[in-house]
Write a protein that binds this ligand. Sequence first.
Ligand code: AMP
Length: 127
Amino acid sequence: MAYTYDDQNIFARILRGEIPNDTVLETEHTLAFRDIRPQAPVHVLVIPKGRYVCFDDFCLNASVDEIADFHRTAGEVCRMLDIQPGEGGAGYRTISNAGANGVQEVPHYHLHILGGRMLGRMLQRAD
Ligand code: AMP
């Protein structure tokens, strides 16, 4: 499936410098910045600079360089913010919401990195 990318989405505007962001790390292909409505003491969004709508779009259509850079940057964010799992604690969660069922708000691929507190189980049962 070919996705249609909305150039006016908020992360596209951040990448164009039209909206400020609290940058944690920037590389050739990737930007990591703090979420404006943090849901944990550490809540960083990692986004590719390319025009990808969601996780599968990025995985299927991004270049190997972009994919490698994205994941190296995400790993570096975990290291920089000292949330890597250690003996008996710490750790974090990565989440990528896609589409309606995933409740994706911003249609530019992003990885949430959440940490700094116990996050509980991954999903609450709906039934
Ligand atoms: P999602 O529901 O996975 O699409 O998440 C989008 C995330 O983007 C939410 O956690 C928002 O708080 C966050 N967000 C929206 N606008 C901004 C912004 N201008 N700067 C940083 N984070 C934002």
